[in-house]
Ligand binder design. Structure first.
Ligand SMILES: Cc1cc2nc3c(=O)[nH]c(=O)nc-3n(C[C@H](O)[C@H](O)[C@H](O)COP(=O)(O)OP(=O)(O)OC[C@H]3O[C@@H](n4cnc5c(N)ncnc54)[C@H](O)[C@@H]3O)c2cc1C
Length: 445
């Protein structure tokens, strides 16, 4: 079996793995990124808002690599910045999915990361509290990749789970996980009319360098007034369907409203079955929108290329971010950054979204210990699978938080590799200094 070696191996090329591998490579580590799909960007490639940079009190608390991506995307025409909104958040940051993929590809290349796409980690050699290598399935067969330090940015915590780490799946008691969904892309639509018809408050209005006239870039609402049609045509599994719209274009919109419940995203057979169901649901919803909802009649739609998974494993770390930490907006001495997006839970039974605010000043700290799986010397976790309760995960799973934890995970992995130390023994003040030098915001202290 052919072998590859590096200082830092990052598994998973979504927002988390992007931030982690760029941070590791910029810190001087020979870095490999392994991504199962043929492209990087993960769920961000479906076109969403990077929730959230600005707290409900109007204070920006996410900077660093996350802000750099927004700036790069604005330059490329794939973002419109942080736009004020008078709804459930006070600012939104929509990004175009395709341009996220393009800019992410470029940023990784510039940083000198060796990117292996179409390559999935299927085995982990873990002994004596260390990972000694991972087995990667790719065209041509299996390969071993060995590193000093490993970052699990797979969303599902695949590396940690394969290594034997403890984890929790879903809500306490029931194990129920949030539903899976598929975004719908609609082209040639009248976004002003759609926002008038469906927006529950005035839409967030943005501009572009090539389109100075403000246009709706974010709004949300429900399809309640079409409940009869929805019931008759069985468009959605339930009525009063919530719907979230975002775009960076005046005549296109991404629609987030589908849901299939009861799916374990780590079960490939269940996920494939849900993918078929979601393609059908989105196609039916697209036809419904064209026929019934003003602004869509001349549009063309397509389902996103990938299914979106909200919740699977949360790896048990040296610290688990608790429900109470969120309610208190708790701050920690070993913080690596802040999170200010609400707890965002799509009900595991109905698929409907509910938001719960963060206490104190609207932001909580992520302690470094929540990125360190219990019992491992050379493994760091970032993104969706960090150590958090099911409720807290409703906040940590969003993309600005994933960029924050990804940058910290990659930086810590590179520092540990360079110093030849175990990650849990890395001096936290040194990590915090490095993150601050790289533009991250760690709170006022
Ligand atoms: C429908 C939907 C809508 C959402 N809306 C928003 C929103 O509006 N705003 C927001 O901020 N957040 C939103 N989220 C949440 C957010 O998009 C994700 O939680 C976040 O993108 C997760 O980032 P990640 O990098 O941890 O994981 P992912 O983006 O899932 O990336 C993980 C990557 O790892 C790869 N991978 C997995 N296993 C392996 C393996 N064994 N080997 C190699 N590669 C592997 C995957 O292919 C994937 O590319 C939404 C989520 C869903 C599902």
């Amino acid at each position: 079996m052919e072998e590859m070696t590096c200082d830092v191996l990052v598994v998973g090329g979504g927002v988390t793995g992007l931030a982690a591998s760029v941070a590791a490579a910029r810190s001087g580590a020979r870095t490999i990124l392994i991504e199962a799909r043929p492209f990087v960007g993960g769920n961000a490639t479906t076109g969403l808002c990077l929730h959230n940079f600005v707290s409900q009190q109007g204070r920006q608390v996410v900077f660093g690599f996350a802000q750099e991506m927004v700036d790069r995307l604005i330059d490329a025409g794939g973002a419109v910045g942080h736009i004020p909104y008078d709804g459930f958040v006070c600012a939104v940051t929509p990004v175009d999915g395709t341009w996220f993929r393009i800019v992410a590809t470029e940023v990784l290349a510039e940083a000198g990361v060796t990117v292996l796409t179409g390559a999935g980690v299927v085995g982990v050699d873990a002994r004596d509290a260390r990972i000694h290598g991972v087995t990667v399935a790719m065209k041509g067969g299996l390969r071993t990749v060995r590193a000093h330090t490993y970052v699990d940015a797979s969303g599902d915590g695949d590396v940690a789970a394969l290594a034997g780490a403890r984890f929790r799946k879903g809500a306490p008691g029931t194990g129920k996980m949030q539903p899976v969904s598929m975004i719908m892309h609609f082209h040639n639509v009248d976004t002003v009319t759609i926002a008038d018809e469906l927006g529950e408050v005035a839409p967030a209005m943005g501009t572009r360098r090539d389109h100075q006239e403000p246009f709706p870039v974010y709004f949300n609402g429900t399809f309640s007034k079409w409940n009869k049609e929805i019931r008759d045509a069985e468009v959605f599994p339930n009525l009063d369907r919530h719907v979230f719209f975002n775009t960076v274009w005046p005549t296109r919109v991404n629609v987030n409203t589908s849901a299939v419940v009861g799916v374990d995203g780590t079960d490939p057979v269940a996920l494939a079955r849900a993918t078929t169901a979601l393609v059908r649901q989105v196609t039916g919803a697209g036809e419904f929108l064209k026929q019934h909802v003003p602004g869509f009649s001349r549009g063309y739609f397509e389902p996103a290329a990938i299914v979106g998974v909200r919740e699977t494993r949360n790896i048990t770390g040296l610290y688990e971010i608790s429900d109470d930490d969120i309610r208190a907006g708790r701050k920690f001495d070993d913080t690596i950054g802040q999170i200010c997006f609400h707890v965002d839970i799509h009900d595991p039974d109905t698929g409907q979204a509910q938001f719960h605010p963060i206490g104190d000043d609207g932001a909580f700290d992520v302690p470094f210990r929540a990125l360190l799986p219990e019992g491992f010397a050379n493994l760091v976790i970032g993104g969706r699978c960090i150590s958090a309760s099911s409720y807290a995960h409703g906040a940590t799973r969003n993309m600005a938080p994933c960029l924050v934890t990804g940058q910290a995970a990659g930086t810590a992995a590179a520092m540990a590799a360079s110093a030849g130390v175990e990650v849990p023994n890395l001096p936290v003040p040194d990590l915090q200094d490095r993150l601050r030098r790289d533009g991250a915001y760690l709170g006022e202290r």
